[in-house]
Design a protein around this ligand. Sequence first.
Ligand SMILES: [Zn+2]
Length: 95
Amino acid sequence: MVRMYCRGIHGGRNLCEDCRDLLHYSERKLDGCPFKDSKPTCAKCSVHCYEASMRARMRSVMRYSGPRMFIRHPVLAIAHVSDRRAKSPGKVWGI
Ligand SMILES: [Zn+2]
């Protein structure tokens, strides 16, 4: 996700220094996270382990990459298409 963000926003082929820092930071934090693999997403996580500045940066990464991941993910992409065909999003998501 950070990679996607960096390519899109910072334009480089490889991760820039800032984004590399952010990625390493998030990996370190995940290592220390009490929820580990069963962790939902950081937005829902009850332990706010990120420092404020890093959290703000991660939030903009999520905002940028989130919708793009959603579209790129094949299963969700199919749901996305049938969603449009059904003309009623509620039917697809059961809400
Ligand atoms: Zn970057």
